[in-house]
Design a protein around this ligand. Structure first.
Ligand SMILES: C[S@@+](CC[C@H](N)C(=O)[O-])C[C@H]1O[C@@H](n2cnc3c(N)ncnc32)[C@H](O)[C@@H]1O
Length: 191
């Protein structure tokens, strides 16, 4: 996987033009946990993956590059798109983009999606309700797997508790050694 750091001239050039406003201004570390999950567990070739709160979209790009997935990145903030496009280009893959909030993703968008992923997307209390509802809509739309990675913030744990209680989810401690040692939590929710 090729990732450009904030100091890279291309990133600096984009940052002069585009200003992501909801923390989509860099690659967050939980994306590496999702990549490690797919490296270990695999992903059927051609899977349809939706990455919500995608930011620079690296976890989705990984699925496209390493597993031939068809990926759509979703973010409330269109200013992240040039950063996602650039990373798609340097990794030789294309991702679709949808400008939508968690709340604005309806069954029509989720239909046909196999796997819904998100990294570092549960950081405000108000997100608990919105993400819970999104995951429920995904389940009703036959999305077979939802995976959310996080350092283990309280809103993330709260969402996990809900899906553990209804018997569809579990939360695992997860570690990757690439690109360096990163520890976090992974929520795995199945149909
Ligand atoms: C902390 S960043 C994580 C970005 C990326 N997933 C990563 O790991 O590098 C959170 C992302 O979620 C997006 N976001 C925040 N609130 C959102 C919402 N309600 N609906 C959709 N996306 C949202 C932000 O624009 C931002 O790109």
């Amino acid at each position: 996987m090729r990732v450009l750091l904030s100091q890279h001239p291309e990133i600096r050039r984009l940052k002069r033009q585009y200003i992501p406003s909801a923390h989509g201004n860099k690659l967050w570390t939980s994306s590496w946990l999702l990549m490690e999950y797919f490296r270990r567990r695999g992903l059927p070739e051609g899977s349809r993956v939706m990455e919500v709160g995608c930011g620079w979209g690296l976890a989705g790009i990984y699925c496209a590059k390493k597993h031939g997935a068809l990926v759509t990145g979703v973010d409330i903030d269109p200013e992240v798109l040039p950063f996602m496009r650039l990373h798609g280009e340097i990794n030789g893959v294309k991702m679709e983009f949808l400008k939508r909030s968690f709340n604005g993703l309806y069954r029509q968008h989720l239909k046909g999606v196999d796997v819904l992923i998100g990294a570092d997307i549960c950081f405000w209390d108000k997100m608990v309700h919105h993400l819970k509802r999104l995951i429920l809509r995904a389940q009703q739309s036959d999305v077979r797997l939802v995976l959310i990675a996080d350092p283990g913030r309280a809103p993330f744990e709260k969402i996990g508790e809900h899906f553990i209680a209804n018997g569809t989810g579990k939360i695992m401690d997860w570690t990757t050694q690439r690109p360096r040692r990163i520890q976090g939590r992974l929520m795995e929710i199945s149909l």
